[in-house]
Ligand binder design. Structure first.
Ligand code: HEM
Length: 453
């Protein structure tokens, strides 16, 4: 009888849970999850659902994929600097763009990036002195930024330019978050400081990205990077797949989506291993026995299962994309005995799903064995969704997992580490899930094995 409404917090008589949502959106979702696997709250005049079991998530994101879209207000705000890239596109346009961008992420193509990932990690580690305390939050962001810059643009963007683009994107995200929490929308044409800043930051990005696109189009070369793949993409009729404007929008989208998330995954992984020395020791034994001092390559990854299990468990406990973008329902959706009505917002949070004790016994415990082949087989696929699911699943998921595995192997092969005693640990759930106070770890060099390469 799909007429009952799901349980959930009642909130304030007028505003519902609006203040809770704006004050601390992660806590708000955790509170909602205590009412059950499908819950509902009211935010002002609107209803918000949280889906927190694998069946409901699969039905919503996969089976009923065509009955909802991302919130058009978010797409409009982000579109001010991202244009119409994969993150902001919808419907048929999204489907077509996804088809055109996908080949840039085919296994063959991204295998070529593995050496870039290891080389950049090794170069960074060469600067770490034994006994020094390092903020890995900062260092991993720098590293993943360098990697995405090289894999997107090969040698055509300098480190300074990449940092300028990254800084502009950071400021744009802060401004977008401010604008998205205003009750009354601020039109882009109003001559306010925030609008001027958005324009100036977008101009910084455009100057650099357009220069590279124009140079590359003129040269007509395939540099083996993501940009070449996008510029050379072809539609079904063999005609050029994307206009230069579309390439610009996709490039900036990939740059934005492609580094902070992986940096967060690495930061939390290194933190967890500092708290679980036996897991680190097991990892180093695995690395020493498989690599014997060689730097890792992509061909080694299947021989390093513990390395992969540690990363997966880290992304369970601390999913970098801790909440998917809210979806707005436009055709009623039956799920779990309820009907989610039109114009309702629906949330799916990898964080609450990964901490649901019905699917993850003793959920706060770090236990990479949860990702042994047998355990993975026994679990519902959608209980683990660090990369989302359905037609908008992360297009960079294989790239990211490979990057995380190669970085971790390279770091753990060369260093031991422990948490700096003064380091405070707290979550900072912004668009991605970082640590609130940085992550200072003290590194010591491991004895060098005689390398075979
Ligand atoms: C550990 C690292 C990463 C995590 C945890 C992650 C997570 C996610 C998640 C959860 C989504 C879906 C969001 C939603 O449905 O609302 C997503 C989408 C996306 N990700 Fe990632 N991501 C990571 C790395 C990357 C990398 C390395 C790239 C590219 C180089 C990338 C590019 C994208 C793009 C373009 C989308 C939008 C896809 C679409 O809507 O069609 N991500 N990511």
């Amino acid at each position: 009888m799909p007429t009952l409404n799901p349980p959930g917090p009642r909130g304030n008589w007028l505003l519902g849970s609006m203040l809770d949502l704006y004050r601390d959106s992660m806590q708000y979702m955790r509170d909602m999850a205590t009412y059950g696997d499908i819950t509902r709250s009211r935010v002002g005049p609107f209803h918000v659902y949280l889906l927190n079991n694998p069946e409901a998530i699969q039905e919503f994101l996969v089976t009923h994929r065509d009955k909802h879209t991302k919130d058009p207000r978010d797409a409009k705000l982000l579109g001010r600097f991202l244009g119409l890239g994969l993150l902001t596109n919808e419907g048929e346009n999204h489907k077509q763009q996804r088809k055109l961008v996908q080949p840039a992420f085919h296994m063959k193509r991204i295998q070529a990036y593995a050496d870039v990932m290891v080389a950049h990690t090794s170069a960074l580690l060469d600067t770490w002195r034994t006994g020094s305390t390092i903020d890995v939050d900062h260092e991993m962001t720098k590293l993943t930024l360098n990697i995405v810059t090289k894999t997107l643009f090969n040698a055509n963007v300098t480190a300074d330019e990449a940092e300028a683009v990254s800084r502009a994107l950071d400021e744009l995200q802060v401004d977008m978050t401010k604008l998205s929490t205003l009750i009354v929308p601020v039109p882009a044409w109003l001559p306010l400081a925030i609008n001027r800043r958005i324009k100036a930051n977008t101009a910084v990005i455009d100057r650099i990205v357009w220069r590279v696109i124009n140079e590359r189009r003129a040269a007509g070369t395939d540099e083996g990077d993501l940009l070449s793949m996008l510029l050379l993409s072809k539609g079904e009729d063999g005609a050029p797949g994307m206009t230069d404007q579309q390439v610009r929008d996709e490039v900036i989208t990939l740059f934005l989506a492609g580094h902070e998330t992986t940096a967060n995954a690495m930061t939390w992984t290194l933190y967890l291993l500092s708290q679980h020395p036996a897991a680190l020791e097991r990892l180093q034994e695995e690395l020493d026995s498989v690599l014997a001092g060689r730097t890792p390559t992509i061909a080694d990854l299947p021989q390093l299962p513990w390395n992969e299990m540690v990363i997966k468990e880290s992304m369970r406990l601390y999913p970098p994309a801790w909440s998917l973008g809210p979806r707005i329902v436009h055709t009623p959706i039956p799920i779990g005995g309820y009907t989610i009505p039109k114009n309702t917002a629906v949330m799916v949070s990898p964080y609450t799903m990964h901490h649901n004790a019905r699917y993850w016994p003793d959920p706060e415990r770090f236990d990479p064995e949860r990702f042994s082949a047998d355990s993975e087989k026994a679990r519902h696929k959608y209980a683990y969704i660090p990369f989302g699911a359905g037609p908008r699943v992360c297009i960079g998921n294989t790239f990211a997992l490979m990057e995380a595995q190669l970085i971790l192997a390279t770091v753990a092969q060369r260093f031991d580490w422990r948490l700096d005693p003064s380091q405070k640990i707290a979550l900072d759930p912004q668009l991605t899930l970082g640590p609130k106070h940085g992550m200072h770890l003290r590194f010591t060099k491991r004895p060098v094995l005689v390398a075979a390469n």
